[in-house]
Design a protein around this ligand. Structure first.
Ligand SMILES: *Cc1c(COP(=O)(O)O)cnc(C)c1O
Length: 220
């Protein structure tokens, strides 16, 4: 049984190696430790090991953990899951960034609650047309981008995707490459892509934010 410290160190070292292989500065890759369905104690442990960026999927779980961990004032919460307008307040209250923006109604709900405080957002793209997942179709992305850009307090950092689960990490490469191309067209330089299954491939295709849960915290 490995410890959280050992698993975290292994992930960080794989991130460094993948960046170097891609000719990139490892400092350009932010590790978001995905802590959904993990106890607050595990987050405290990762925080004590130096992690500051944590990802949560569910709005109420984010609200509860943010309250429980409010003493960790420089912890950054990344809301990475689909969001309904009636729960937008939980994200607006505590998040540093929202990675799954795919509808103008959600943007409006976030802005309403957030007030003047800026919020970083990533536009989620549904690359493979999967009905079970959020995100806009690539063909609707530029319209969404224009609508979101009209909100001065939403800072569009880049694009996010969760490609279809495949047997081999390499199978995700064409999806990551497509997302990078879409970001380039919109002059966006941040890419939130790559999970436990495929974060090294994502880094090879330009990921700036990798969202890794299981490899750090173990199974949920
Ligand atoms: C759960 C989740 C992750 C992390 O997945 P792991 O396989 O545990 O690394 C990343 N991104 C999103 C959107 C998720 O829902």
């Amino acid at each position: 049984m490995s410890t959280l410290a050992q698993r975290l160190e292994a992930v960080q070292s794989r991130i460094r190696d993948a960046a170097v292989r891609a000719g990139r500065d490892p400092a350009t890759v932010t590790l978001i430790a995905v802590s959904k369905r993990q106890p607050a104690a595990a987050i405290r442990e990762a925080y004590a090991l130096g992690v500051r960026d944590f990802g949560e999927n569910y709005a109420q779980e984010l609200r509860d953990k943010a309250a429980e961990l409010a003493d960790l004032t420089d912890l950054r919460w990344h809301a990475i899951g689909p969001l309904q307008t009636n729960k937008a307040r939980y994200v607006a209250d505590v998040a540093h960034a929202f990675h799954a923006l795919d509808r103008e109604a959600v943007a409006e709900a976030l802005v309403r609650r957030r007030g003047d405080r800026p919020l970083e957002v990533f536009l989620e793209v549904n690359l493979a047309g999967e009905a079970s997942k959020g995100g806009v179709a690539p063909s609707s992305l530029s319209a969404l981008h224009a609508a979101i850009a009209a909100h001065p307090t939403l800072h569009i950092r880049g694009l996010m995707a969760l490609p279809p689960l495949t047997a081999a990490p390499e199978d995700a490469r064409p999806h990551f490459r497509q997302l990078a191309g879409l970001a380039r067209d919109l002059h966006l330089d941040a890419l939130s892509m790559g999970t436990t299954a495929d974060f090294e491939v994502a880094i090879g295709e330009g990921a700036t934010h990798v969202r890794v849960g299981t490899a750090i915290f173990g199974p949920r």
